[in-house]
Design a binder for this molecule. Structure first.
Ligand SMILES: NC(=O)c1ccc[n+]([C@@H]2O[C@H](COP(=O)([O-])OP(=O)(O)OC[C@H]3O[C@@H](n4cnc5c(N)ncnc54)[C@H](OP(=O)(O)O)[C@@H]3O)[C@@H](O)[C@H]2O)c1
Length: 301
């Protein structure tokens, strides 16, 4: 398998792009060094829409296919019908993704959001079927807590090497609790995820930050949303000091964390991919990192 780049390109927003625009975005990302492309069965109308747009627009040859890391997700039932980690469902959705993506293997298959009705043996059965048929090379999860991963591990034998989680200056809960630990009366000090970031570091799980520039749950980008004036001012000042872009600074804030997270971009513009790649190559000082965190409205005791 090719090595996954630190910056990944998410494909959730490509459904309404023309084939030419998808090619331009892909080529720009590849030129900037991106190898990791992130899909889900539900992106684009619920039925593999973005996967199909990707393969039809790009028509990847065998050599190019081998040079990228293609990952997709399953387990959310389209149309708000909950979650399904049954073996049959996982296998069927993965096989549909293979067909939509026009490839005979997935580099990584992830379980998209926890299914509280999960039977770990069912997941284990699905993963083993897909792995032994050569259809999936590695497995991961998304939006899972440490305990949910531990539960899967009671039956799943393949490493769960990746956990894709929402993280960025617009929603930094993963680090916010630890910073305000044990502070009475501070909202931020409430434990929300069972120490997910520390669990990932202890267990060698790579975190992938999705929606790195969104505030809250798709409330708009941190660069344009009202109410974030202080953050925008600090980002702009640091960008000027370092002769770079706001996108680079907001990316560098994520990659500076020693958990060595990947960043899953959602931009549809190749120029912004290049800006993020530049940011991933920068190392913010501790002072800069905490200043950005505080400017985003979090408590630094
Ligand atoms: N695992 C999960 O549960 C999960 C959930 C959601 C998403 N994801 C993955 O994460 C990827 C990224 O999600 P996302 O699209 O929400 O991420 P994002 O990169 O935070 O947001 C992308 C959006 O922000 C805009 N944007 C980016 N930079 C900007 C700037 N400097 N100024 C103004 N607007 C800017 C983009 O517009 P332009 O296109 O104009 O740049 C685009 O509309 C998805 O494609 C998907 O692969 C995973």
């Amino acid at each position: 398998m090719s090595e996954a780049s630190r910056i990944a390109l998410g494909m959730m927003r490509i459904e309404n792009l023309s084939a030419g625009e998808i090619r331009e975005l892909y080529t720009g990302a590849r030129d900037a060094g991106v190898t990791l492309f992130d899909h889900a069965d539900i992106y684009g109308g619920g039925e593999h829409g973005c996967e199909r747009r990707f393969s039809e627009a790009l028509q990847l040859g065998a050599t190019e296919r081998e040079q990228i890391v293609l990952q997709t997700k399953c387990g959310i039932r389209p149309g708000g019908k909950g979650f399904d980690f049954s073996a049959d469902y996982i296998v069927r959705r993965a096989e549909e993704s293979l067909e939509a993506l026009g490839t005979d293997y997935l580099d990584v298959l992830m379980l998209h959001r926890p299914d509280t009705l999960v039977e770990p043996e069912e997941v284990a059965s699905a993963f083993s079927q897909l792995e032994s048929a050569g259809k999936v090379r590695a497995f991961g999860v998304s939006n899972h807590t440490a305990q949910q991963i531990e539960l899967l591990k009671t039956a799943v034998t393949q490493p769960l090497a990746v956990n894709q989680v929402q993280f960025g200056l617009g929603h930094a809960a993963l680090v916010a609790q630890g910073i305000a630990a044990n502070m009475e009366g501070v909202k931020q000090s409430a434990m929300r995820d069972g120490g997910l970031i520390e669990y990932a570091r202890i267990n060698g799980i790579t975190l992938e930050a999705w929606s790195p520039f969104q505030r809250g749950f798709f409330s708009g980008s941190i660069f344009e949303q009202g109410g974030l004036r202080e953050l925008q001012t600090v980002i702009a000042r640091m960008a000027a000091e370092r002769e770079t872009t706001p996108t680079a600074i907001a990316t560098a804030w994520i990659t500076r964390h020693p958990a060595r997270m990947r960043v899953v971009l959602g931009t549809t513009k190749a120029s912004r991919v290049a800006e993020a790649v530049e940011g991933a190559g920068m190392v913010l000082s501790r002072a800069e990192w905490y200043e950005l965190f505080a400017a985003a409205g979090y408590e630094v005791p």
